[in-house]
Design a protein around this ligand. Sequence first.
Ligand SMILES: Nc1ncnc2c1ncn2[C@@H]1O[C@H](COP(=O)(O)OP(=O)(O)OP(=O)(O)O)[C@@H](O)[C@H]1O
Ligand SMILES: [Mg+2]
Length: 250
Amino acid sequence: MSAVPREGSAPPRTALLELQDVQAYYGLAHVLQGVSLGVRPGELVALLGRNGAGKTTTVKSIMGMVSVRGGSVRCDGRDVVGLPAEDVAQFGIGYVPEDRRMFPGLSVRENFRLAAIGARLPRGEQQDAQRRALEVFPQLEAHLDRDASRLSGGQQQMVAVGRALIGGRRLLLVDEITQGLAPNIAADLGRTLRHVADEGLGVLLVEQNSQMALELADQVYVIDQGVIVHSGDARELRADQSWMEQYLQL
Ligand SMILES: Nc1ncnc2c1ncn2[C@@H]1O[C@H](COP(=O)(O)OP(=O)(O)OP(=O)(O)O)[C@@H](O)[C@H]1O
Ligand SMILES: [Mg+2]
């Protein structure tokens, strides 16, 4: 996979998503201790870090799934701290959780239909949204009526991302979708996310495959023990990768 410079297509400065000094807790455990990052339209932002560093908690703090007791999470400039996940999603955010959660017995088509209902799309827009997801993953067309939980791991991740795309008209939050997939399948998914960003969506990608994420990303943030310890333009971080050893190796 090659790094694609994208000079001349700099995204607008306004952030779709902006986290500032986020402090998040599980009960008394103070897990995020000042996380700041931003995602703009058309931008793929990678969030990297060791196991337990706070990546999933960062995504959950956006979706209102953990207790944020300091700092701000802004979608389109509006603070969403305290809103339930369904309301945060109304900003056009699609979330692909770490565990892909395919309900047994539901076909791909039913997964997409439920995603459209869950995203509270008006009836007239539900079909269009499902069609758009299939345009991104035309491979799923042949499996629409199959039980999604019986598809291959890679196909299940396509369904998971497709579902998120249905409500996620503006921003996708993607948590470690390539885990356990064959390298070529993982690379395909990565390229698809890059394409989705090139079409104008913001993408926040949490990825254990740091090399792949670095190739795909525009901006990179590295989190360690709940704090952003390194960040920058992906092109610069590709050129000097000494930071990887410092922050990502066990
Ligand atoms: N539900 C929970 N209750 C208490 N502590 C939790 C909970 N979930 C996560 N933690 C702790 O919060 C910290 C950050 O976890 P988080 O899941 O955000 O890490 P991560 O970077 O996503 O790791 P991984 O790469 O393993 O997915 C860890 O110390 C973890 O043990
Ligand atoms: Mg995680």
